[in-house]
Ligand binder design. Structure first.
Ligand code: PMP
Length: 398
């Protein structure tokens, strides 16, 4: 048995021994089920953090738990020096769902993006990458070079050369930036970390067309938007796009660390030894991902996200009118939902937590909701009421 300590004891241990790179809230989460998590004192929260996007199918989904349990007793590690049953079946299922014939398997979003960038350079023989302002793609050096936020980048300069950041949703800027030197354009279909900002369909189609015309690859980073989050299995499907490379991660394996870079027919089969990682395609992650993908399809989680996202928009869409002094805009796609405030989001998150609702920021002034897609409408109603109550209290306090 592990020793059971209090919330404060666990916090003190982490504060004493963890790296320090994360700013944490005063809450120790010890258990999750569906759209709920519990702290070390047994208090329950409606979880609109959703593992920062890793819990689309809900916490501790019984099918994933069972798949992990079964595979753990059979084979945990098997590098891609060999073939493996779980990996073969996962590759078949994932590529069929994504309608892209191949995938490179890895362990996180940043790794999936890093792979896409390397593959784009390798496949085109070019080095320039075009990314967008407010874009977020991860923290490894290649992915960080594509990430826009100066506070993430500046301490680590010089980054990888030949990256350009263009304004999002500005096709004229893309027209100028994409040249015969461009290996790839990397975009999010909805910018998540950058403030929950959806792209316009015409913009994305235009960027894709420019890529095809100029021999650059079109990469949609679906690490946050993938696996049902926006109301389609992959967000690019809203706009009829066909990316050349597509990094995914977060919810792919029901919460287990796992990622993939889907590869189109246009890029084709890559050459041995140009990339790789020890844990990529490990049997445990593959078994979890197989089960998680089944759950997404069986429970039509993309359809649920579309309906529930519609409900939230209906329920909270008029916040800018009702709370004019505090709310600037409400926006999102499916259950990737954002409320742009006029002031800082941190106090709102804290007040929501005291009402039993966990939510995320996206930048300094956007409140972001990323609930598990299995969340019930009654719980979302409770989240909406808690947001209204917090805004009302804070408005009254001003
Ligand atoms: N791309 C996008 C769009 C993301 O939202 C994130 C994570 N928030 C990443 C990449 C990086 O993923 P990870 O944290 O798993 O490295």
């Amino acid at each position: 048995m592990t020793e059971v300590l209090s919330n404060l004891d666990y916090m003190a241990l982490e504060e004493a021994h963890s790296s320090g790179v994360y700013a944490k809230r005063a809450l120790t989460i010890v258990r999750g089920e569906g759209a709920y998590v519990w702290d070390a004192e047994g208090n329950r929260y409606i979880d609109c953090v959703g593992g920062q996007g890793a819990a689309n199918i809900g916490h501790a989904h019984p099918k994933v738990v069972e798949a992990i349990r079964a595979q753990a007793g059979v084979l945990l590690s098997c590098p891609e020096l060999f073939y493996n049953d779980q990996r073969a079946l996962l590759l078949q299922k994932l590529t069929a769902l994504a309608q892209m014939p191949r995938a490179y398997l890895c362990n996180s979003g940043a790794e999936a993006v890093e792979a896409a960038l390397k593959f784009a350079r390798f496949a085109t023989g070019r080095t320039h990458i075009v990314a967008t302002m407010r874009g977020f793609h991860g923290r490894t050096m290649g992915a960080l070079s594509a990430t826009w936020e100066p506070k993430y980048r500046e301490p680590f300069a010089p980054l990888v050369p030949n990256y350009t950041h263009i304004p999002y949703n500005d096709l004229a800027a893309a027209e100028t930036a994409i040249t015969d030197q461009t290996a790839a354009v990397l975009v999010e279909v909805v910018q998540g970390e950058g403030g929950v900002r959806p792209a316009e369909g015409d913009y994305l189609r235009g960027v894709q067309a420019l890529c095809r015309e100029r021999g650059a690859l079109f990469i949609t980073d679906e690490v946050q938007t993938g696996f049902g989050r926006t109301g389609r299995l992959f967000a690019h499907q809203h706009y009829g796009l066909s990316p050349d490379l597509m990094p995914v991660a977060k919810s792919i394996a029901g919460g287990m660390p796992f990622g993939a870079c889907l590869i189109s027919e246009r890029v084709g089969k890559l050459q041995p030894a140009i990339h790789g990682t020890t844990f990529g395609g490990n049997p445990l992650g593959c078994a979890a991902a197989l089960a998680a993908l089944d759950v997404m399809v069986e429970e039509d989680l993309a359809g649920r996200a579309a309906v529930l996202g519609g409900f939230l928009l209906e329920r909270l869409g008029d916040l800018p009118q009702r709370f004019r002094a505090q709310v600037r805009e409400v926006r999102g796609l499916g259950l990737l939902f954002g409320i742009e405030l006029r002031g800082k989001v941190a106090p709102v998150l804290k007040a929501l937590q005291s009402k039993g609702v966990l939510a995320l920021p996206a930048g300094l002034n956007v409140l972001r909701l990323l609930p598990p897609l299995v969340i019930g409408q009654a719980d979302l109603e409770q989240v909406a009421s808690a947001i209204e109550a917090v805004l009302a209290e804070m408005g009254a306090a001003e």
